[in-house]
Write a new protein. Structure first.
Length: 248
């Protein structure tokens, strides 16, 4: 394929992934196979995908801010907790395969779907729920490790933690999620840069699509509200879970 064809493919896939990632998660299940299809090995695809993730979340954070959704104090506190884990996860990613971990994650995702379908009270954003206790600290360390390791599906994990443990509604959850992923992607991407595991041409092409999708995903969420996010989230998790355990 020509470079122009590659760019078009990456722009289209990136836009779809940006919409999915910011509204729910799992967009990397589109981008990673696409990068591999275009000729990159799995580690190089993993690193290249981080370029798009970084740019996507810069645009998403800005878009949330324009919509008057922001709490940088809490976002920073949560983000910093991921950094030890992301360094370890990134180092593991450039030295080990991920087949077993993906299988385990697929099973975990099905558990998350079941949890989300159970009746629960309607959460409202409350500053009293901003307390970070031990379970949040441990959970965010895990988020950092997993995000540094493979990234695929990390949005689901963050949403589950913030929604269930901190009782934030889904729009505020996504507001914090994009900030957290933005911050921890910086050290993760440096690991891939220093180990020469990024294709910048593909990464920047994909990033343009992810940025566009991420920007408009925020607009859509704010307009349609929490209910549409929950429907989108359940469908996205189900598809990803079945894919990870090789049912589809």
């Amino acid at each position: 394929m020509s470079h122009l064809t590659d760019i078009i493919i990456l722009l289209v896939v990136g836009t779809a992934a940006g919409l999915i990632n910011v509204a729910a998660g799992g967009g990397s299940t589109l981008t990673l196979p696409t990068l591999i299809f275009l000729g990159l090995n799995s580690t190089l695809a993993n690193g290249t995908n981080r370029v798009a993730i970084l740019v996507q979340n810069i645009f998403a954070v800005i878009s949330f801010k324009k919509e008057k959704y922001q709490n940088f104090n809490l976002s920073w506190r949560l983000s910093l907790l991921t950094l030890p884990g992301v360094i370890i996860g990134g180092l593991v990613a450039v030295n080990i395969g991920d087949h077993l971990f993906k299988t385990i994650l697929g099973i975990i995702m099905i558990g998350i779907i079941i949890s989300m379908l159970l009746p629960s009270k309607k959460f409202t954003y409350n500053v009293e729920k901003e307390k970070i206790d031990l379970k949040i600290i441990l959970a965010m360390l895990f988020v950092g490790f997993y995000g540094g390791f493979i990234q695929v599906g990390v949005g689901f994990i963050i949403m589950f933690i913030l929604n269930r443990f901190m009782e934030l509604n889904l729009i505020h959850v996504n507001m914090h999620k994009v900030f957290i992923v933005l911050v921890y992607t910086i050290p993760a991407i440096l690991i891939f840069v220093f180990t020469n595991n990024i294709n910048w041409f593909y990464g920047l092409s994909l990033a343009a699509g992810n940025a566009l999708g991420g920007w408009w995903s925020v607009k859509f969420q704010v307009k349609k509200g929490e209910k549409i996010i929950k429907i989108f989230l359940i469908v996205a998790i189900l598809i990803m879970s079945l894919k990870l355990i090789n049912i589809i």
